[in-house]
Design a protein around this ligand. Structure first.
Ligand code: PMP
Length: 351
């Protein structure tokens, strides 16, 4: 830390992203990326747009917003496109949190939520999960705080039903409820149909997982128009050109190609269920993940030991050292071949 660093941030514990190693070519099952490349038309759109990089991007994202509005059945003023969904989440913390409007979220969830709260000096409450890692919905009813819940949750992959989400939104009408649907396309039911019914609900989405665009950085929020207007005030006060030209064009083309991505999600779900079965057969216990990752622990090998042994064999998974989950690994679901390699490596390790 330099002697110039603001006192305000001196105790901030920044988010640690998963490794993106350059030394070896790994089978990368550690950051929940899609194992499939973007569609051809996305590649064409990006290269076309690259020729116009001398011009700023459209701060209003008009074409993409209109396309997404049609696709998700909302009005274009109910959408805000951002630089990954991390950015819309930060905008929401900034717009709706302060000393008098704290945030609550599960104790075990996406590690960025406490960072956003600390960054913006918003008090927060971490609500413990049940023993089986599930969320107790009654903990969130009439809570009287802003709430953010990843559905499915990370790193457990456990899903709440639409009814359960509605109970939370309905009983916290004086607070904002953010449902982070980064992984909803892998088998969950979206809360988007509730957006017109509840003016306190924000649904966030990303193109990083189901749309094979983690490297492009595109996410968005859908909510009531006035919540979107508030978050736009934050956006225009930080970075009006937050989505670059190539990413905007890529997002538009991806939505035009939704059949391709839907099929990829189905493949990921099939591979997930097969891998779960194989891992159970090898002595793992796992959550019933409805995301593009598996959360598993072995009865005999510690989480870190397995992570290191897989790494030695060229397979990267994600291990978290938090005491509650140190026995587990989060394994991104890849192609059938990648999952077969994972299973073979695991068989060899536990032998
Ligand atoms: N929410 C959750 C639950 C996530 O796991 C991630 C991925 N790290 C994000 C949001 C952010 O993804 P992105 O910024 O790539 O859209």
């Amino acid at each position: 830390m330099s002697r110039f660093f603001s006192e305000r941030y001196s105790r901030l514990k920044a988010y640690t992203p998963g490794e993106q190693p350059k030394d070896t070519v790994y089978i990368k099952l550690n950051t929940n990326e899609s194992p499939f490349p973007p569609s051809e038309s996305v590649l064409d759109a990006v290269s076309r747009e690259a020729g116009r990089l001398q011009l700023y991007s459209d701060p209003e994202c008009r074409d993409l917003n209109e396309k997404a509005a049609g696709f998700y059945g909302v009005s274009k003023n109910q959408i805000l496109m951002t630089n990954g969904s991390d950015e819309i989440l930060n905008f929401a913390f900034m717009a709706f949190g302060d000393e008098n409007h704290p945030f609550a979220f599960p104790k075990l969830t996406y590690g960025f939520y406490p960072v956003f709260a600390q960054l913006n000096r918003i008090p927060y409450k971490e609500i413990p999960l049940k023993e089986d890692f599930s969320i107790d919905v009654s903990d969130y009813e009439n809570l009287g705080m802003n709430i953010v819940i990843a559905n499915p949750n990370a790193p457990t992959g456990l899903l709440l039903s639409l009814d359960e989400i509605e109970r939370i939104v309905k009983t916290n009408r004086e607070n904002v409820v953010i449902i982070d649907e980064a992984y909803i396309d892998f088998g969950g039911e979206s809360a988007l149909p509730l957006v017109d019914k509840y003016d306190n609900l924000i649904v966030t989405r990303t193109f990083s997982k189901s749309y094979s665009m983690a490297g492009a950085r595109l996410g968005f929020g859908i909510a009531n128009e006035s919540l979107i207007a508030d978050m736009n005030t934050i956006k225009y006060s930080t970075n009006p050109y937050n989505v670059n030209r190539m990413t905007m064009a890529a997002g538009y083309a991806a939505l035009c190609d939704s059949d391709y991505y839907k099929k990829n999600c189905e493949t990921v779900m099939e591979n997930r269920e097969e891998a779960k079965k194989a891992l159970r057969g090898l002595g793992f216990s796992l959550t019933d993940s409805k995301a593009n990752f598996i959360f598993a622990k072995h009865e005999k090998i510690g989480g870190e030991e397995l992570y290191l042994a897989l790494r030695e064999r060229g397979i990267l998974v994600r291990h978290f050292s938090l005491p509650e989950i140190k026995d587990y690994n989060r394994i991104t679901v890849g192609t059938k071949e990648q999952m077969d390699s994972l299973i073979s490596a695991v068989e060899e390790i536990i032998k």
